[in-house]
Design a protein around this ligand. Structure first.
Ligand code: DCP
Length: 229
C-alpha cells in the first residue's frame, strides 16, 4: 500500500513524524466543505474550514457582502483580509499528523485576486500591493502545502450548486465570474500555464453528485491522506 500511495502521489516525501498539510481547492460550489466534513471523521485528520464566517463578521462588518455589492470598491480590502485569515490557517498549529484546509493563500492570489484584476474590478496599484504582501508572506512564512486536492467541476455544475444553496451574499454572482474562476483554476493547477504550483496535485472529478463524490473520497482515502503506514 505504501508503494502504491507513494507512486500515486508522485514522490511526495514523508518522514516519520512529519506533519502534512493538504489544501482542498476548487471553484465556488465545487464541494470543498463536503470533502472536509467527510474527512473530519478520521482520527489522524484535523480539518480547518475556510474562515468564511470571519469574512462575514469582521468587527461587525460583513466583508463578503461588501465585496459582492461593490467589488470595484471593496475587493482589495476583502482579499487583503482573506490573505490574513488564510495565513492564520496555514500557520495554525495542529496536534494531529494531517492538517486539511479549505483553500489556501495560493488560490487567493492566483485565482481570486488575478480574476478581480483581470476583470477590471481591482486597480493596478491595489493588485501590486496585494501581490507584494503575497510575495513577502510566501518568502517569510511557512504557507507551503504538501498536497493540493483539486475538486474539478465544470462551471455549469458549480453555478447550479451556488444557485441551489443560495448563500445571501452570492445571489448576484454573474455566470461569467464563475467561468473565469474555473479557467484560472485550470490554468494554475492543470495547464500549469502561468503560476507556480506549490506541491503535488491530486485532481478529482467533482461534477458527480456529492453523495457519489463521498464514495470516491472513501475509495481514494489512502491516496488523499498519503499515510506512510
Ligand atoms: N472568495 C473570494 N476570494 C477568495 C476566496 C473565496 O472572493 N480568495 C469567496 C467566493 C465565495 C466565498 O468566498 O463567495 C466562499 O468561497 P469558496 O469557494 O472558497 O467556498 P465555498 O463554500 O463556495 O466552497 P464549496 O462550495 O466548494 O464548499
Amino acid at each position: 500500500l505504501r508503494d502504491r500511495v507513494f507512486s500515486l502521489i508522485g514522490g511526495l516525501k514523508m518522514s516519520a513524524g512529519k506533519k502534512i498539510t493538504i489544501c482542498v481547492e476548487g471553484n465556488i460550489g465545487s464541494g470543498k466543505t463536503t470533502l472536509l466534513d467527510h474527512f473530519a471523521q478520521f482520527p489522524e485528520v484535523k480539518t480547518i474550514s475556510e474562515p468564511v464566517n470571519k469574512w462575514r463578521d469582521a468587527g461587525g462588518h460583513n466583508l463578503l457582502e461588501l465585496m459582492y455589492s461593490d467589488p470595484a470598491r471593496y475587493s482589495c480590502m476583502f482579499q487583503s483580509y482573506v490573505q490574513l485569515t488564510m495565513m492564520d490557517n496555514h500557520t495554525a498549529p495542529v496536534e494531529k499528523p494531517i492538517k486539511m484546509m479549505e483553500r489556501s493563500i495560493h488560490s487567493g492570489r492566483y485565482c481570486f485576486i488575478e480574476n478581480l484584476h483581470r476583470g477590471g474590478l481591482m486597480a493596478d496599484a491595489e493588485y501590486a500591493v496585494l501581490d507584494q504582501w503575497f510575495q513577502w508572506i510566501t518568502a517569510n512564512v511557512n504557507v507551503q502545502p504538501d498536497l493540493i486536492v483539486y475538486l474539478r467541476t465544470s462551471p455549469e455544475v458549480a453555478l447550479e450548486r451556488i444557485r441551489r444553496r443560495s448563500r445571501d451574499e452570492e445571489r448576484a454572482i454573474p455566470e461569467s465570474y464563475v467561468r473565469a474562476l474555473h479557467e484560472l483554476h485550470e490554468d494554475w493547477l492543470v495547464r500549469r500555464a502561468q503560476f507556480p504550483v506549490p506541491c503535488q496535485v491530486l485532481v478529482l472529478d467533482a461534477d458527480q453528485d456529492l453523495s457519489l463524490l463521498k464514495e470516491e473520497f472513501n475509495v481514494r482515502k489512502q491516496e488523499i491522506l498519503c499515510r506512510s503506514e
